[in-house]
Design a protein around this ligand. Structure first.
Ligand SMILES: Nc1ncnc2c1ncn2[C@@H]1O[C@H](COP(=O)(O)OP(=O)(O)OP(=O)(O)O)[C@@H](O)[C@H]1O
Ligand SMILES: [Mg+2]
Length: 600
């Protein structure tokens, strides 16, 4: 029972420990996995955003370059046209308008070109094809001055007086080395940002620093272009163009203001469950002044949502695989647990059988140890008794001899007759006792012969019958028939029977039965002597065969009877056992070999 609890305890604890470790590992791995996926996704999303925002600036520059090239090409075609040269050198505004009007219309429609100027060699404006009413002023813009200085086509972004950004391309027109004047083309930059916004699906805002423009002129410029003009919207800048799809004005204000108030180029914001990333790019005009900024706003809500979805899906798959692994492991562990249990059971079985064997061996050892003690005691007492008996034997012979001579020579009526007769009787008793002691000590001589056991036992019973009758003890004989003769000393066998019967009679003071049986076993003859007497206590049984052990009163028993019996049985290579129950009776079982194995 204890082993079972132990075994269950061990296997349960081991299984629980392994499973807890497994769950902890799965949780740890899952967390690490989610973290890694999230980081990876984050990095991916960041790189997509960065690329998009970078590409906005690159696309803007590329667009600027390509438009400038396109306008340069147009101007070159003008310069190679002799008719144009003739009209320009004539400075006839009407002719110039006639010449250029249709071309300008075409350029405006197809390429969003908004400006076409013709100026004289002193940079005095002859005709603004887009605004014919205004002329005669000297053009002092950087692009014009650079074209004059370099005598080549020159272009760049310039901030106009009305606060608009314009890409201007100026070409000096020469004929045979003589400067005829300048032709200039221009386009509003918001045309470029609009394209940018369309291609990249971004919101683009163009901001100009207030310090570079005048409010009134800017406001009139904006109304002329049809844009909203809100001077007070921001502290330092005004928005000249906004290509917006998604952002509300308030939100756009928050983003743009965020950049200026925190003085940052990169920004991120969340509003109404949507995420935005923004970037502020400085815009330099052709003379190198940072006159404003282009603010790009990218709606990254979907990107972030897809990142979340990806993370959730990947984690779910991992969790499912982890759970599957857990269950496989669980089943596997249960199997091991079963095997462990059966191994424990086997161990327990072999353990108990081992314990049983150890108990048996211990019992055997105890018995043989007791026998050894008994034998050595017997040997010691036997030696002592033998020595004493031998010394007493001769004087006793003298006493008995003289007593018998004297008794024979006096008459019965003599006064000394009775005492001498008593001396003779007691001397005979002593002689018998000495003879017993000598038998016990093995020093006495014993002759072995082939005897019929039933006859020997019968004559022994005749000796005890007188006493048994006086005590109302019935003697029952159950003798086996046709028993083989055995080699034994008949006197000693008789001694055995007399002693056992005397003890039995002693144990039945009121009356009783003695049953004496003989029978043949395989290689032995069995003699049983049973009585219906008092029986023996366990303590008596333990010491029964020890010499001088008696429970009888002093003078009534010497305690030599059964030790003598034991010695005789052993001398005959036999065996003696006793079965006794208090108030029921006692049985002595003696087994004597039919053929003695040890020579006597
Ligand atoms: N048949 C029996 N029934 C009950 N007790 C017995 C029986 N035989 C022997 N005993 C017990 O065993 C003891 C030892 O017996 P044992 O014959 O050796 O000595 P004893 O009879 O006491 O003395 P002794 O035989 O020398 O006169 C007895 O004192 C008695 O207590
Ligand atoms: Mg006795």
């Amino acid at each position: 029972m204890q082993t079972k609890e132990l075994e269950n305890g061990i296997s349960f604890k081991t299984k629980a420990r392994i499973l807890v470790f497994m769950i902890a590992s799965i949780i740890f791995l899952l967390s690490a996995f989610i973290f890694a996926i999230y980081r990876l996704q984050n990095r991916n999303a960041s790189s997509i955003i960065e690329k998009k925002l970078d590409s906005a600036q690159q696309l803007f520059n590329a667009q600027l370059e390509s438009d400038a090239n396109m306008m340069s090409a147009v101007l070159k075609s003008f310069l190679s046209d002799d008719k144009m040269k003739a009209v320009l050198s004539s400075r006839n505004r009407k002719l110039l308008l006639e010449y250029s009007k249709s071309i300008f219309e075409q350029l405006r429609n197809e390429h969003k070109i908004t400006h076409l100027y013709f100026s004289g060699p002193e940079r005095v404006n002859i005709l603004r094809v887009h605004n014919p009413g205004k002329n005669g002023d000297i053009i002092n813009r950087f692009t014009m001055l650079e074209a004059e200085r370099s005598k080549k086509i020159f272009y760049g972004i310039e901030l106009g007086q009305m606060g608009t950004f314009t890409l201007r391309v100026v070409a000096p027109c020469y004929e045979n080395g003589r400067l005829l004047g300048y032709i200039e083309l221009g386009e509003e930059i918001d045309h470029l940002t609009h394209k940018l916004s369309e291609i990249l699906v971004l919101d683009v805002y163009l901001a100009i620093k207030k310090k570079f423009i005048k409010r009134k002129e800017w406001e009139s410029g904006m109304s002329m272009l049809g844009h909203q003009a809100d001077w007070n919207r921001f502290a330092d800048v005004v928005i000249i163009n906004e290509d917006q799809d998604i952002l509300s004005r308030d939100f756009a204000d928050d983003i743009i203001r965020g950049h200026y108030s925190k003085d940052i180029n990169e920004g991120s914001m969340k509003k109404n469950g949507r995420y935005y990333r923004s970037r502020l790019n400085h815009i330099k005009d052709v003379s190198g002044f940072e006159v404003g900024e282009m603010i790009i706003v990218y709606n990254v809500t979907e990107l972030i949502a897809s990142r979340k979805t990806y993370t959730i899906v990947a984690s779910s798959i991992f969790l499912a695989v982890g759970s599957l692994l857990y269950f496989i492991f669980y089943i596997y562990l249960s199997k091991i647990e079963q095997e462990l249990k059966s191994a424990y059971e086997k161990l327990e079985q072999s353990n108990s059988s081992l314990e049983k064997k150890v108990d048996e061996r211990t019992m055997e050892l105890k018995e043989s140890q007791e026998k050894l003690v008994q034998t050595s005691k017997m040997a010691a007492v036997g030696q002592l008794a033998g020595g004493v008996a031998h010394e007493i034997n001769n004087p006793l012979g003298v006493i008995l001899g003289f007593a018998q001579i004297v008794v024979r020579n006096i008459k019965e009526g003599d006064n000394l007759y009775m005492p001498l007769k008593s001396i003779e009787r007691e001397a005979i008793r002593c002689k018998n006792l000495v003879s017993d002691l000598l038998t016990f000590s093995r020093t006495g001589k014993s002759t072995m012969e082939l005897i019929d056991l039933n006859t020997t036992i019968g004559s022994a019973l005749a000796l005890v019958e007188t006493r048994s009758k006086t005590q109302n003890v019935e003697i029952i004989r159950i003798f086996g028939e046709g028993l083989p003769k055995i080699t034994a000393n008949s006197n000693q066998i008789q001694q055995i029977i007399v002693n056992l019967c005397n003890n039995a009679i002693d144990a039945m003071p009121q009356a009783g039965k003695i049953t004496i049986g003989t029978s043949k076993l395989d290689k032995e003859i069995e003699i049983t002597v049973s009585d219906t007497g008092t029986g023996m206590s366990e303590e008596t049984k333990k010491h029964l065969f020890e010499p001088f052990f008696t429970t009888k009163e002093v003078g009534k028993g010497t305690g030599l009877g059964l030790s003598l019996v034991y010695e005789i049985v052993k001398k005959h290579n036999g065996n003696i056992e006793v079965k006794s129950e208090q108030n029921t009776g006692t049985t002595f079982i003696i087994k004597l070999p039919i053929t003695p194995t040890v020579p006597l």
